[in-house]
Design a protein around this ligand. Structure first.
Ligand code: BG6
Length: 256
């Protein structure tokens, strides 16, 4: 039965990889909505992938969220993770400290014995503030690092949950709904067809920069995120490696 189960998971991984049109899918058994330990196991799988693809001098951009936080907790010092710089994919604050990209970048670096750079800016910037900030040397340095980023580690959220977490106003939420936003990743909201319909204006990695990265690890699971995950992958970079759980994988096949 054990052999059967494992071949079952690997079949599902191949099917999902084909459905999403990406490089690789790794499925962990269970449902993270119900069992928090599933997130830890997904974190361990993501670290194995990171160890496989990271090279000395790589800049690794990480997003916030509890799932990428679980990856940072699973990371350890290793010969395969040498001379890396971890940076926050976006400078935004505005959610709990433990969930912020800056905190998670420093956690990755501390646990693996590497460097990190942080940038603390408000989550939403007015156009005038954004343009002024861009000229600051610290921000310029960060923008330079985004250009050189070769690995991205990001979560995927449902648009509803993320706008709630970001304490978006009623008007902003309505605008999001109207634009058809379903999924969210690194501050961009995506509709059912995978089109980026809105983004948060703050200093951060641009969608085009993500797409140009040779290594992208996306980590998200749980039944509740299935729709959001499908929307994001409609138009995501083909080189993405996706780590998820059984519950999300099965739910995706139910929806399509
Ligand atoms: C956010 C990331 O901080 O966390 C998003 O910027 C992601 O990319 C979200 O959608 C997911 O959070 P969680 O806690 O569900 O892993």
């Amino acid at each position: 039965p054990l052999v059967y189960e494992w071949s079952g998971i690997s079949d599902l991984e191949t099917q999902l990889q084909k459905l999403l049109g990406i490089k690789k899918v790794i499925i962990v058994d269970g449902n993270l909505d119900l069992e928090p330990s599933v997130k830890t196991l997904m974190g361990v799988e993501a670290v194995t992938q990171l160890e496989q693809y990271a090279k000395p001098q790589d800049i690794v951009a990480v997003t916030g969220g509890s799932t990428v936080a679980a990856v940072s907790n699973a990371v350890q010092k290793s010969n395969r993770l040498k001379d890396l710089t971890f940076i926050a994919a976006r400078g935004g604050m505005g959610v709990e400290v433990q969930m912020q990209a800056n905190t998670i970048a420093s956690n990755f670096a501390t646990n693996s014995g590497n460097d990190y750079r942080t940038l603390y800016l408000p989550e939403h910037l007015s156009e005038a503030a954004y343009n002024a900030m861009k000229e600051e040397p610290m921000v310029q340095e960060m923008l330079g690092l985004y250009e050189k980023t070769s690995i991205v580690i990001h979560g995927i959220g449902s648009a509803d949950e993320m706008s709630g977490r970001r304490k978006s106003s009623e008007a902003e939420r309505q605008a999001l709904q109207k634009s058809g936003a379903v999924g969210e990743a690194f501050g961009y909201y995506f509709d059912e067809k995978g089109k980026a319909v809105q983004r948060i204006r703050t200093v951060g990695l641009q969608l085009e920069q993500v797409k140009n990265c040779p290594t992208i690890l996306a980590i998200a699971g749980g039944t509740k995120k299935a729709k959001a995950i499908l929307s994001y992958f409609k138009n995501a970079a083909k080189q993405t490696i996706f780590i998820t759980d059984m519950a999300a994988a099965q739910q995706m096949f139910k929806i399509i």
